[in-house]
Design a protein around this ligand. Structure first.
Ligand code: XMP
Length: 517
């Protein structure tokens, strides 16, 4: 296995992701934890020293134990990791100047030119130079003995350096980020040089995660809030596999779910997986609190507040619970680190149970914290969750409330659920479900006049929404054919009493948002 020593870079997790893509097992450990005993115990086959915000020129700045260099294993140093290697092995690092030539601070895109043959760079420089992503203040001023330069950029004369005889490699840029297009190839070369066969799989991740959950939780009880979404479901199934009935799930049913959704969740967890589940059927409470509310933010806040009260009420019944499980993913972790306290404007108050653990005196179990969405899906498949479930479109915490602009009534919710089910059925029948990021119906707060048979109708209008997106941050409307739209409109009007007009929302995000509220 490979050890990544983390010096605090924002993108350390991306290194792990690149390695998982190469089917290499790795673990990230903070530098504070890595001492001689740790290294002996871990016995890494190779080590990566991550980037980090500190400066090696500062006394007391983070270092790995010196024994890392005498174990005879390949080492790759990245950015701060490069500077650590140079300093530790007898070279010299200087603080960066922001302007001027030769070894200055550098942030953003840069181009590396070859300066020698190195197996680490196999497949590089096919077009003469390679784009890389730099983000550093300091720079190497003098190489450590035994090191040579194999790649340079105008501002980083020591962009790629190595002591090939010892398999010590050190690069100034970040090969793990998207903006270093050949970065994955560099990692592939490194793990090949280190002798990894690339046979590690999600099955192994599952085993490792189960071991870690057992170690963290011990004999204690764990509560997991289940939303019916992919993340919390995968987390729950994984934790249940690790600790069995020490886990209880609480599923808060706020009456704002889609057709048959509550039954599906309850059946799947209780009957298929035998996971202890409290079905908190509290729709009356939520709908009563939402009575007469039409302002979007008030809706969101009302639901959010009530959700926490209800969750806490049910969780309090689970005696001796010490942990709260959450399906937090890695992007949530990065966002909360890099954007917390930032000057951004609240567009929508998101459903958030962030304050809950402290309020309830619970510790967190977050077994998906290192994974990206597609990896969570792969883990879900590994755990045997059905494909149809794993590929589901995202669904917002406040549910149908924010797809019902204006006042929410039971009548409107019933109509909306039926129309939504027809739309999704259409999309599935036409084999479009997996091409679409998210699709749903919004019921509009207006009635319009129509004619059906020989009679006049005066019913609700609805809007279809379907978008493509990579991360939900930006989105494009899906270009359905006119035939598809026509057929869908006809089906909704024929099959759903209460709707007599169908429109298609062709707004992208920005300027629109995906949801209507
Ligand atoms: P918007 O409407 O902001 O939505 O473009 C972007 C993505 O986030 C989902 N969404 C939410 N998810 N709680 C959630 O868990 C929320 O309060 C919430 N609001 C929006 C939305 O469905 C889309 O996928």
């Amino acid at each position: 296995r490979l050890l990544i020593i983390d010096f605090g870079s924002q993108v350390t997790q991306l290194i792990a992701r690149r390695l998982r893509e190469l089917n290499v097992y790795c673990e990230i450990h903070p530098y504070q934890k890595v001492n001689d005993a740790f290294l002996d115990d871990f016995a890494p086959k190779a080590v990566i020293l991550s980037g980090g915000p500190d400066s090696v020129t500062r006394p007391g700045s983070p270092r790995p134990p010196q024994s890392v260099y005498t174990r005879g294993v390949p080492i790759l140093g990245i950015c701060y990791g490069q500077q650590v290697m140079m300093q530790d092995l007898g070279g010299r690092v200087e603080g960066g100047k922001i302007t001027g030539g030769g070894g200055t601070a550098e942030f953003g895109r840069a181009y590396v030119m070859p300066a020698g043959q190195l197996p680490l760079l196999d497949g590089w420089f096919e077009t003469g130079r390679e784009q890389v992503w730099m983000s550093h203040g300091d720079h190497v001023a003098q190489l450590a003995p035994g090191f040579e330069v194999y790649g340079t950029s105008p501002n980083a004369p020591f962009a790629v350096t190595a002591d090939a005889s010892r398999h010590f490699y050190a690069v100034q840029f970040h090969p793990e980020v998207h903006h270093t297009p050949k970065g994955a190839k560099l990692y592939e070369n490194f793990v090949r040089l280190a002798g990894f066969s690339g046979d590690w799989t999600m099955a192994a991740y599952r085993e490792e995660a189960i071991r870690a959950i057992r170690e963290q939780v011990g004999e204690a009880k764990v509560i997991c809030g289940l939303s019916g979404g992919v993340d919390s479901s995968v987390a729950a199934v994984l934790i249940h596999e690790a600790i069995g009935d020490q886990l209880t799930c609480v599923f808060v049913d706020h009456g704002l779910l889609r057709e048959d959704e509550a039954e599906q969740v309850v059946t799947m967890f209780r009957d298929t997986y035998n996971i202890p589940l409290i079905h908190a059927e509290e729709s009356e409470r939520f709908l009563t609190a939402l009575d007469g509310v039409s302002d979007p933010e008030t809706k969101r806040k009302t639901i959010g507040r009530l959700f926490i009260d209800v969750f806490q009420h049910y969780a309090d019944q689970i005696e001796g619970a010490a942990f709260l499980a959450q399906g937090t993913l890695y992007p949530d972790v990065i966002e909360s680190v890099s954007f917390s306290g930032g000057p951004s404007v609240t567009i929508k108050s998101h459903h958030n149970v962030g304050g809950l653990p402290e309020k309830m005196g619970l510790k967190l179990v977050e077994p998906l914290r290192e994974l990206f969405k597609d990896e969570v899906r792969a883990l879900g498949r590994e755990l045997g969750l059905p494909d149809s479930f794993i590929g589901r479109h995202p669904f917002p915490g406040p549910g149908l409330a924010i797809r019902c602009p204006g006042e929410i009534t039971r009548e409107k919710l019933d109509i909306l659920r039926k129309a939504d089910a027809v739309f999704i059925d259409q999309i599935r029948r036409h084999g479009l479900y997996d091409e679409i990021w998210q699709a749903f119906v919004a019921i509009l707060p207006v009635r319009t006049v129509g004619v059906m048979g020989d009679g006049r109708t005066y019913d609700f209008a609805c809007a279809l929404r379907a978008v493509t997106s990579v991360d939900g941050m930006t989105a494009d409307y899906y270009p359905f054919t006119h035939e598809f739209l026509g057929e869908t409109a006809t089906r909704i009007i024929n099959e759903v009493t209460g709707i007599n007009r169908v429109t298609y929302d062709i707004t992208s995000k920005p300027p629109g948002t995906i949801e209507w509220e």
